[in-house]
Write a protein that binds this ligand. Structure first.
Ligand code: NAD
Length: 286
């Protein structure tokens, strides 16, 4: 049976470090690291994510400012708000919850955020810095996955990692971080042929496709480490349940280590968001 990489426990450790850094910034610099969260529209999943982020920020002793805007918000209004937050010295991190309603241009919004306050790490400047190995604000989900991987592999050098998924928020930055850690990296996606045999050769599989239980036990090399990023809501006997991109029960029999869903990558993502906010606050001291 695989070792369980417990995201809840590990995220609590990260959140404790965050809380200590918040205390230091307050005591030594009279700065309260503050995260501004912008939510546009009524998407129920986004509302839950925003609520959790704000709750955790408060628990870590950080400041938080919520801006909830109606679905009819225009691009101009949103850009103006971001401009205001960019120039507000009390705000150290800005997060615009995605996805935005379809009439709004996500790329334009992300590019409008001051890169020094871009705690999601999605601004093109931060994306470029990550590709060049110079990043300071790294996307939260892959950052959390790396902390989990280091629990099992303090040295990742020479490991073969397959990342399933190539999105800008998970797959691509994940691959960049693994490469920086000296892994040999393969990126698989919806057009990849014979993903199964690619995965069967991997020491590490990171599943981020958003396809329920896509990765099965016969994709996995015995003893491999499996990180499940996927969050898929299903109904079982009338009850809503979350499952990952990995067939957990079967894969856990074969893998060396595995993350659960829920209680895996999800809590790590929020912890890394707050870590990024304290980093941004410290950088802004100078
Ligand atoms: P996305 O839809 O933007 O990208 C999915 C990627 O998977 C695409 O690159 C696509 O090519 C690939 N893909 C789709 N079907 C595939 C298949 N059958 N085989 C191989 N590749 C396939 O999704 P995303 O935003 O990257 O998120 C991926 C999953 O991770 C989703 O379930 C999402 O909910 C979850 N997620 C979780 C967290 C977290 O904190 N745990 C954070 C972000 C995303």
């Amino acid at each position: 049976m695989a070792q369980l990489i417990d995201g809840k426990q590990l995220s609590n450790q990260v959140l404790q470090e965050v809380a200590s850094e918040v205390e230091r910034l307050k005591a030594e610099h009279d700065v309260e690291p503050t995260l501004a969260v912008v939510l546009v529209g009524e998407d129920p999943a986004s509302q839950v994510y925003v609520r959790n982020k704000v709750k955790r920020a408060k628990e870590a002793g950080m400041g938080s400012i919520e801006h909830r805007l109606g679905t009819e918000t225009t691009q101009g209004d949103l850009n103006q708000l971001i401009e205001r937050l960019n120039h507000d010295p009390r705000v150290h991190g800005i997060l615009v919850q995605l996805p935005l309603p379809s009439h709004l241009d996500e790329e334009e919004v992300i590019a409008a955020i001051n890169p020094a306050k871009d705690v999601d790490g999605f601004h093109p400047l931060n994306v470029g810095a990550l590709a060049a190995g110079q990043a300071s604000l790294v996307p939260c989900t892959p950052q959390g996955c790396m902390i989990m991987l280091r629990q099992v592999h303090p040295d990742l050098s020479g490991k073969h990692a397959v990342v399933v998924g190539r999105s800008n928020i998970v797959g691509k930055p994940m691959a960049a971080l693994l490469l920086q850690a000296n892994c040999t990296v393969t990126i698989a996606h919806s057009r990849t042929q014979d993903i199964e045999s690619l995965c069967r050769n991997a020491d590490i599989v990171v599943a981020a496709a958003g396809r329920r239980e896509l990765v099965d036990a016969d994709w996995i090399k015995p003893g491999a480490t499996v990180i499940d990023v996927g969050i898929n809501a299903i109904e079982v006997e009338g009850k809503r349940k979350l499952v990952g991109d990995v067939a957990f029960e079967a894969v856990a029999e074969k893998a060396g280590a595995i993350t659960p869903v829920p209680g895996g990558v999800g809590p790590m993502t929020i912890a890394c968001l707050l870590l990024n906010t304290t980093r941004a606050a410290r950088h802004q001291l100078a």
